[in-house]
Design a protein around this ligand. Sequence first.
Ligand code: ITT
Length: 225
Amino acid sequence: MNNLTTLVIATGNSGKTAEIEALLKNFPVKIKNLKDFGPIPHIEEDGDSFDDNAYKKASFASRVLGLPALADDSGLLVEALSGAPGVLSARYVGENATDEERCAKLLFEMKGKSNRKAAFECVISIAVPAGNALTYVGRCEGLIAEKPSGTNGFGYDPIFYYPSLNKTFAEMSMEEKSSVSHRGKALAELKSEFSKVLVWINQNMPDTDKFNVIQGCEKTDIIIR
Ligand code: ITT
C-alpha cells in the first residue's frame, strides 16, 4: 500500500474533482487534489482547444508539485451558436459569474432557436514533470433544454438534456451521469489501460533526488511541448 503512485487531480472545480475521484477511487493509485497542497500559481487557460488547455494545466501542476498530475479541460458546444461557449464555457459570463448566470445567458441566446443540438467535450491530460503527457477524450451529445431542471452536478448540467435517459444531467445521480458523460467516457478509456498508465508514470517520473521542483513561482506562462 505504501508504494502506491500518487496522482494529483489538478482542478479548482469541485464538481469535476468529485466526479474524477469517484471514478478512480478503487484504483491502485493515491489520489490527491489541489487542496492537499498550499496555493499554487494560477495558470492562464489561453489555449485554442480543450487539448491545449488540459495539457497546460496538467503539465504546469506536475512541474510545480513534482508529482504526476491529471487535468481536465471541458466545455459545452452548441450547434446553433456556432460551437459557443466551447473553450470559453467557464468564462461565458466573465470570470466571477455563477453557474446559474452562465445557464441563464445560454438559455437567453437560445431563445426562439429550434436547433437545440449540443455536445459536451472533455480532454483529460496526465502529465509528468518533464512534460510528457497522455491524453484521453470523451464526448456526449444532447440537447439544450428550454429551462433548467434538476439540482445535481454543476455547470451547465441543469440545461443539458440527455434524450435516451429523458433527463437533464442535473436530474441524474453522479454514477448515472458518469456512465454516459464526456468525462465518464474519457475516464473509462483511461481506466481500461490503467495498469499501462501506471507503468508509464513510473518510467517517466524523475529520480526525486535529482529533480528540482519549481517552488514559489509567480503566474507563469510555460509551454513545454
Ligand atoms: P479547472 O480549469 O480548474 O479544471 P474550470 O471550471 O475552469 O476548472 P474548465 O476551464 O475546463 O474548468 O471549464 C469547463 C466549464 O465547462 C465548467 O466550468 C462548466 O461550466 C462546463 N462544464 C464542463 N464539464 C461539465 C459538466 O460535466 N457538466 C456541466 N458543465 C460542465
